[in-house]
Design a protein around this ligand. Structure first.
Ligand code: GLN
Length: 237
């Protein structure tokens, strides 16, 4: 394996892995391979140290209690903080997204301390958001409309220096008309799907951040068909 292979780190499959979010790893590996870029994926269970030399860190969704445990262990470990300090990218989904912030709501709505890697705060909303999610992405990212599904109780508030990933067209997202957030190379979203399966342009953005240049498009008929089918199902006209 060449040493310049992109190192993908899948954080805590034993705690954060709902709705097949590990598919995000598979998409990154495949889209890198289509371009002749080597990758190496490391699965890090919650009783193992988080390597600090990864290029892309992925976190999935989770139930309330595993989410709290994951936040505590990641805090204690410190590896993810170091990696972000070294310039790594993070793509986090739902529970993983919330725990990147300063605070999120626990199973009784109690505030739980997050990692503070994104300047966001989450709490528990009045209603559970369940269903399809679609939105217009921040034009600065050069990514077409996003599609996914959401299943969460949390609502998320963005602080200074953090931009929403998208304006919601269908669904709930953060709860204020926007969905997800990013700052630098740290990005979170409420989208399952898995998110990168339905939105390969987001996968390419992450790979581009890792290699330090924007990647050329690749032909990927199946993901295009999936996107069309999902977007057609929820968007008017
Ligand atoms: N437990 C969190 C919530 O309900 C995240 C759920 C998830 O990851 N799907 O908001």
């Amino acid at each position: 394996m060449p040493s310049d292979a992109i190192k993908i780190v899948w954080i805590y499959p034993d705690l954060l892995s709902t709705y097949g979010d590990r598919g995000n790893c598979i998409v990154l590996e495949r889209r890198a391979k289509l371009r002749g870029i080597a990758t190496r994926t490391v699965n890090v269970r919650s009783d193992e140290p988080v390597p600090v030399d990864g290029d892309i860190y992925l976190l999935g969704g989770g139930e309330d209690r595993p989410q709290i445990l994951a936040a505590q262990r990641l805090h204690g470990d410190g590896g993810l903080h170091k990696a972000v300090g070294f310039g790594a990218s993070v793509f986090a989904v739902c529970a993983g997204y919330q725990l990147l912030g300063h605070e999120f709501g626990g199973e009784e709505g109690q505030p739980v301390q997050g990692l503070g890697l994104l300047n966001i705060r989450s709490g528990r909303g009045e209603n559970r958001a369940v269903g399809e999610l679609a939105g217009e992405v921040d034009p600065a990212l050069g990514v077409p409309m996003i599609t996914g599904f959401e299943n969460h109780q949390g609502v998320t508030f963005l602080g200074e220096g953090v931009k929403p990933l998208a304006r919601v067209a269908v669904g709930v997202g953060n709860g204020d008309g926007y969905e997800g957030a990013y700052s630098g190379k740290v990005m979170g979203t409420y989208m399952h799907g898995p998110a990168l399966v339905r939105n390969p342009a987001l996968a390419d953005l992450l790979l581009g951040w890792a290699v330090g240049r924007r990647l050329e498009p690749v032909d990927d008929t199946w993901s295009g068909r999936l996107r069309e089918e999902r977007l057609r199902a929820v968007l008017p006209g």
